[in-house]
Design a protein around this ligand. Structure first.
Ligand code: NDP
Length: 338
């Protein structure tokens, strides 16, 4: 990597947001994010001599580090744990020389080339190409009780926190694959697991539906919405509304010790939105069939740009696309001059 390469604006000591910064560095390829998309992009970029620098972000390894068994990633006939899969991908990226670092992108300036990305509010990286692989984060219902009991009974990760609810009663909100997975995991620890599902049916795949319905200590509360949580310092129960908005509407209380959110994810695209086009939810728009964004030299891959599939394997696939396209872009634009 080339440190302190000449730039057209050397006197500018801000990050593009008019904040003073402490350090600068120039790289050929900057990868933001360390899920399957980021690490796959790193493997391909490193093997193509793009000397990638990868910042791991707030959740190193991404969402798979908080999941249990991954049974659908090709190449693992017996399944693999999420953290083990991410460790393998990390090692593979390191083997080809990826510079993997702690830190998160906190601001960007894509208004001119080279693009600027600020890390942890204090260091600016100037990058010829940027690969955004920041993924998505768990969504919350938005009720005040979630904040009130954060870390005291409210969680968005059964694998991380399930252990604390051994022999206790818990609830999981949501009816998708994540909710089923969380409920099944918790069913192995807790005495009883309620699934709070707002529709009269589950959205999850048939195999997951079959598993939860055949687990004796899981009870599915269809057509229930969460109104509030109660408890003295820690969660002791939830107030639910059954058949909301119908003549049969009814308030129901359940006694629980843990309340787990599994209602989907929000793409982590906030810091890019000034420059990068997103859809109404915030998913980055890429040119169909490519990993290109509306900004030259900036590519996106993985869950931050995928509102449809959101799978580890599709994230890895788009990570590969982003790396190949960024290398081709770099070769066309810079190979003669550097
Ligand atoms: P989904 O978007 O598939 O499901 C979200 C669930 O939460 C839905 O049941 C939805 O209800 C419910 N929900 C959303 N907002 C609220 C709210 N405000 N109040 C109450 N309920 C709410 O997200 P997942 O995270 O489950 O899955 C994302 C993707 O990842 C999917 O494609 C899934 O198949 C995949 N996945 C695959 C796994 C695997 O194969 N092992 C494991 C986990 C995920 P409604 O149905 O009414 O909209």
């Amino acid at each position: 990597m080339d440190l302190f390469k000449p730039m057209d604006n050397l006197d500018d000591k801000t990050d593009g947001q008019n904040k003073q910064v402490e350090e600068r560095e120039h790289v050929k390829c900057l990868i933001i994010g360390s899920g399957p998309a980021g690490y796959t992009a790193a493997i391909y970029s490193a093997r193509a001599n793009m000397e990638p620098v990868l910042y791991q972000g707030m959740e190193p390894g991404g969402q798979l580090t908080i999941t249990t068994d991954v049974e659908n990633f090709p190449g693992y006939p017996d399944g693999i744990s999420g953290p083990a899969l991410m460790e393998d991908l990390k090692k593979q990226a390191e083997r080809f020389g990826t510079d993997i670092r702690w830190g998160s992108a906190t601001a960007v300036d894509f208004s001119r080339i080279p693009h600027k990305v600020t890390i942890d509010d204090k260091k600016v990286i100037e990058a010829d190409t940027v690969i955004i692989a920041t993924g998505a984060s768990a969504k919350y219902l938005g009720i005040p009780a979630e904040k009130k009991y954060a870390g005291s009974g409210v969680s968005a990760c059964a694998t991380c926190d399930g252990f604390f609810y051994k022999g206790k009663d818990v609830a999981v909100v949501g009816g998708g694959d994540t909710a089923c997975e969380e409920a099944l995991y918790l069913a192995g620890l807790a005495r009883k697991v309620y699934m709070i599902v707002r529709k009269p049916h589950l959205r999850a795949s048939k195999i997951m539906q079959h598993r939860v319905m055949n687990t004796p200590n899981i009870e599915i509360l269809f057509e229930h919405n969460t109104k509030d949580l109660f408890g003295d310092g820690v969660v002791e129960g939830a107030v639910l509304i059954k058949k909301k908005g119908t003549p049969g509407e009814e308030e129901v209380k359940i006694k629980i010790d843990g309340f787990f959110l599994a209602i989907g994810h929000k793409p982590n695209s906030d810091i890019f939105q000034e420059y990068i086009e997103t859809d109404d939810i915030g998913y980055i728009k890429t040119i169909p069939g490519t990993a290109r964004t509306n900004v030259e030299g900036v590519f996106a891959c993985g869950d931050v740009q995928d509102r449809v599939y959101r799978q580890a394997v599709t994230a890895a696939g788009t990570g590969c696309m982003a790396a190949i396209e960024s290398e081709r872009y770099w070769a066309e634009k810079y190979a003669q001059t550097k």
